[in-house]
Ligand binder design. Structure first.
Ligand code: BGC
Length: 368
């Protein structure tokens, strides 16, 4: 049942609501921004704002049962408005890079802002991470936040009015499920994801180099110096990109004679899953030994951008006034391959008016 529990923290049965709404601030244009707090019965908490659909807090237990925020996130709306590199945000209409901000669809060329010169990145100057979504809290046993946004035909240069719906569900098993859905009135391209930076130590002043990562991916999408795919897929075996068995993120990240590592200044690449099906499958697992925290990623998508925070430089400030320094967070952005609109051999990202785009990703937290 949809309700706005802002007025009271208790529902009619006297139980604490599993979802609560509070004020998060005001945008420069006067729009009010809200914050929703979702809780499950174990004590896990996820906070999401309708500005950019940003996850501003996500707690997970350590091996002593202590819950702590495991994401890079700001204390206030102001922090996000100062400009942070997509902390916690929903990304669209097209996640990742499009070469030189141009693509052709049904014979017509489209031009996007080259906001990551010389390329387009993450939906443009004002992508889905910077818009106000319409939020509907759903106070169920597994609380949900439904977010809706309609991108206009031509918005950020993309064709077609796109109706987008994202549902965050905090599940009983300490997982956060994200269901994405979109429909269009003209042929367009879509690649939605979430850009949360994780630091499973629960302390953003640590780097993430000792986290152990495994990826169920035997191929990489190699890129050029501007991080645009060359068009081929290469085997990860025998390279610093082989995470088919767990490796510490820091183990091979500075292998300067690997051209791909050099281009990404570390890891900033798209891996292609060995299982190419669109079933919900376990594609990644991360372990942080000092806290025992484990995060597993499940998705219906064919690929994942693993970004090791190489462009973090301490200028963005996270909770408690902590500078988000070099490699203090990593992203696992489930998605289609970068630059797909210009790559005829990649799985298509085209969405037609009679079709519905649907993907699901789950981030599940446990300890070992
Ligand atoms: C990209 C990085 C970029 C970051 C945003 C990631 O998804 O792959 O290259 O720097 O987003 O800051």
């Amino acid at each position: 049942m949809a309700q706005s529990p802002s007025k009271t923290k208790k529902n009619t049965a006297g139980k604490v609501n599993k979802i609560e709404k509070s004020a998060f601030g005001t945008l420069p244009n006067g729009s009010k921004v809200d914050l929703y707090t979702l809780r499950n019965s174990n004590g896990m908490e996820v906070q999401i704002t309708n500005f950019g659909g940003i996850i501003t807090n996500l707690t997970a237990p350590d091996k002593k049962g202590k819950y702590a925020n495991v994401t890079l996130a700001c204390d206030s709306l102001k922090g996000y408005l100062k400009g942070v590199p997509y902390f916690g945000a929903l990304i669209g209409r097209f996640g990742n890079r499009i070469a030189k901000g141009k693509f052709t669809l049904e014979g017509k060329e489209y031009t996007l802002a080259t906001n990551n010169r010389p390329n387009a990145l993450h939906g443009g100057r004002k992508g889905f991470d910077k818009v106000l979504w319409t939020a509907t809290p759903i106070d169920a046993a597994e609380p949900q936040l439904k977010l809706n946004y309609t991108a206009a035909d031509g918005e950020e240069g993309y064709p077609g009015k796109l109706d987008v719906e994202v549902i965050y569900t905090l599940q009983k098993d300490n997982s956060l499920k994200i269901d994405y859905k979109a429909t269009t009135d003209k042929t367009t391209v879509v690649n939605l994801t979430n850009h949360t930076y994780f630091n499973l130590s629960g302390d953003a002043s640590n780097d993430i180099l000792n986290h152990e990562l495994s990826l169920a991916a035997d191929k990489l999408v190699p890129v050029d110096a501007t991080l645009i795919p060359t068009g081929e897929l290469t085997a990860v075996a025998g390279t610093p990109f082989d995470f088919t068995k767990p490796h510490k993120i820091g183990e091979r990240i500075n292998e300067a004679n690997d051209a791909q590592i050099k281009y990404g200044k570390g890891y900033d690449h798209c891996w292609v899953f060995t299982d190419a099906s669109n079933k919900l499958k376990n594609v990644a697992s991360v372990y942080e030994a000092t806290t025992g925290r484990v995060m597993e990623v499940f998705t219906t998508e064919p690929a994942i951008q693993f970004y090791s925070g190489n462009f973090l430089d301490g200028s963005a400030i996270v909770k408690g006034g902590v500078p988000a320094k070099f490699r203090s967070g990593f992203c696992l952005e489930t998605q289609h391959y970068p630059d797909s609109p210009n790559q005829p051999n990649f799985p298509t990202t085209v969405l037609k008016p009679n079709e519905t785009y649907r993907t699901t990703t789950v981030y599940k937290f446990s300890v070992k």
